[in-house]
Design a protein around this ligand. Structure first.
Ligand SMILES: [Zn+2]
Length: 87
């Protein structure tokens, strides 16, 4: 089994586990994670201008992103499979 590496730059670490993804210090910093203050500000603004909760909206965004990633991965797997047959 291979040693874990940063999911972005493949550095061996030290690594931080962020929701199942390994990030090195530099890549974690470059993520630009929102501060608690920013998250609360965005949630308050959402509540004033939109229906539904900000938490539901963020959850929906994550689900849409996962569906898009699945479509793109299947397209790329299909290309590789066809190349394996055609070449
Ligand atoms: Zn990294």
């Amino acid at each position: 089994m291979s040693e874990p590496v940063c999911c972005q730059c493949e550095s061996p670490g030290p690594l931080h586990n962020l929701y199942g993804y390994a990030f090195c210090d530099g890549c974690q910093t470059r993520l630009g994670l929102h501060s608690d203050k920013t998250i609360l500000k965005n949630a308050r603004q959402w509540a004033q201008t939109e229906s539904g909760s900000y938490e539901d909206e963020v959850t929906d965004r994550l689900l849409r992103l996962e569906k898009d990633v699945a479509k793109t991965k299947v397209k790329l797997f299909h290309i590789l499979a066809r190349l394996g047959e055609l070449t």
